[in-house]
Structures are given as C-alpha cells and as structure tokens.
Design a protein around this ligand. Structure first.
Ligand code: PSU
Ligand code: MN
Length: 307
C-alpha cells in the first residue's frame, strides 16, 4: 500500500515540496495537550503566520479521523484545538490512531517521523520531551530522544523543558549521537528561562551554519536529527531561580496525585500555568514563535544550499 493511502499533504505544502521551497513542520501535541483553548489555536495560527512571513510554508502535523495530515486547513486546526478526544501520539501509537480512525496531536517524535516521510527537514516546537526527574526509579524517558537519534530532521526548540532532568537529558542525547546546538549561545537554554547552569554542547550563530552542519552530517552518512536550542527572548523569559520554585510545586502535586506516563508532561504544564497565573503560557507562546522564526530561516538556508 502506498503512503497516500494514509497521508494527506495539504496542497500549499505539496506545492512547496515539489518546487524545492522551504517548508517548516509544526507539532500538534502542544495544541491538543500543551495549552488550553483558545490560546492553543491562537498560538498555532500566529506561529503559522510567522513561518509564512519568514518565507517558508508551515505544515502543522496531526492525525484527524485516521488520516495523517501534513499541513492543516484553518478549519481543521481550529476543530482539532477544541477536540476533547484527541490522543497524544508518539512512535508507539501513531499508526494505532491511523488504523483505528482516531484523532490526535503528534509529539515531537511522531512529528519528526511524519515530517521525514513527507520530505520536510526542519521542525519548530517549544521544548522536547526528555529524561524526567526521578527517571532512575520511574524510567520515564521521552521517545523524543530516540527519535532525534534516528530520524534526520532539525528540531528547533527552546532547549529541554525545565520540568525535566536537563543534565540527564543531555547525557542521553550525547550517548545517542544527537548534536545539541546552542543558537548564538554557549549556555543551554531551559525553555522558560534563557539560561541554565549547563553549557550548550555545540554553538552556531547563523541559520546557514546550521544548514551546512546538517548537510555535512548527511554527506558523511551520519543519520539522525539535530536539536537546536534557541533561547527565549529576554523580555519574555521567567528567570531560572524563580521558575525552579514553580516547577518543584507542580512536580510535588504530580507525585501526590499519582500522575504517571503520558499524562505527566501535560499535567505539569497545566499546573505550572495555574501556579504562575498564566505567565508561563505567555512565555511558552513567545518561545514557540521565536523558534518558528528561526526554523523558517534554517529551512530557507537549506533550500538555498540545495541549489
Ligand atoms: N513543548 C511544549 N508543549 C508541549 C510539548 C512540547 O511547549 O506540550 C509536548 C511535545 O509534543 C513533546 C511532548 O514531544 O510534550 C513530550 O511528552 P513526553 O514527555 O510524554 O514524551
Ligand atoms: Mn514520558
């Protein structure tokens, strides 16, 4: 059975791909499980507009009624943002949703898989999943890390979410051979905060250099993706020491309420939103927009270097 049996590529995305023009993939778990309605759809619309202004075509990826969608119409995106039955889809269950005619938001892992299937090389998100605090007992390590190791897509993030054990996340990425590139910074950004106590493993200062690095990896037949860590703009950040207190409270609540598995990340994000009285959501939106801007520049650099 061919790919088209399960996949719908939105016409503007298909045209751009056929013409070798810049395309940026976007995930949808951030829409279905990461932010409340209506801010989730407002964020998604703004991010798509930023990518278009940046000279690339946005392709929001999701599963809708069993179809793997590469790019959504406005109506599809708005409907998904309000669905209560949306699954959170990663490598393990992406095909389950397709086979069973279900709908869901794609995580970083599933979005990378779908982007690569469609021939999209760059993807913008907020923060990747990683090694959770307490991983030594709960074994909670996001499938995003294995996907970065195997699927050749550049993921533009604001670092690893500070709800994670960031040092352990960086250790796993190094073990799996995933380059982590600080964009214009020597310090690993921590999602809501520009800085952390950790150095960024690598540093590059231009989109062209990032494109050249990924092309060189491909030429040397080094498979797999790359994580670009782009610090949140200064005016939007919540400084790390302040953020730590909020995260610790949310984490304690998750333990007290017995939240486990796939529910952990959405629970923590929602709880931190409550604790910060919406401030974390403003920062989250700002950093995704900032990442979209950079991803469009990287996608354009990649298609220019193709020529
Ligand atoms: N970034 C955000 N909000 C989110 C996520 C990332 O700003 O909701 C989602 C991504 O889809 C990521 C997922 O892949 O959280 C990680 O979930 P888990 O830790 O269960 O693997
Ligand atoms: Mn997990």
């Amino acid at each position: 059975m061919s790919l088209t049996a399960h996949i719908d590529i939105h016409p503007p995305v298909a045209e751009a791909l056929a013409g070798g023009r810049a395309v940026v993939a976007l995930e949808s778990t951030i829409i279905t499980h990461g932010m409340p309605w209506p801010q989730n759809d407002e964020m998604a619309a703004e991010v798509e507009a930023i990518i278009a202004e940046g000279g690339a075509v946005p392709a929001t990826i999701a599963v809708i009624d069993g179809r793997l969608k590469i790019g959504l119409s406005e109506g599809e995106r708005q409907a998904l943002a309000q669905r209560k039955d949306a699954m959170k889809l990663s490598r393990a269950d992406l095909a389950f949703a397709v086979a069973e005619g279900r709908s869901g938001g794609t995580t970083v892992a599933a979005t990378m898989m779908a982007a690569h299937l469609a021939g999209i090389a760059v993807f913008a998100t907020g923060g990747i999943g990683g090694v959770h605090k307490g991983a030594e007992t709960n074994f909670d390590i996001s499938a995003d890390l294995d996907e970065l190791a195997r699927t050749p897509v550049i993921v533009v993030s604001a670092g690893a979410k500070a709800i994670l054990d960031v040092p352990k996340t960086l250790e796993v990425l190094e073990t799996r051979g995933v380059p982590v590139v600080g964009f214009g910074t020597d310090v690993m950004p921590a999602f809501w905060s520009r800085g952390s106590s950790l150095p960024a493993p690598l540093r590059l200062d231009t989109p062209e250099a990032i494109a050249r690095f990924q092309k060189t990896r491909a030429a040397l037949q080094i498979g797999g993706g790359m994580l670009v860590a782009n610090p949140v703009p200064q005016e939007d950040e919540i400084a790390a020491p302040e953020m730590e207190g909020f995260i610790a409270r949310a984490q304690a609540d998750a333990v007290a309420e017995g939240v486990t598995g796939k529910a952990v990340t959405p629970f923590l994000l929602a709880r931190i939103l409550e604790i910060t009285d919406g401030r974390s959501l403003k920062t989250n939106t700002a950093l995704v927009k900032n990442n979209a801007r950079l991803a469009a520049r990287i996608a354009r650099a990649l298609s220019a270097q193709d020529g």
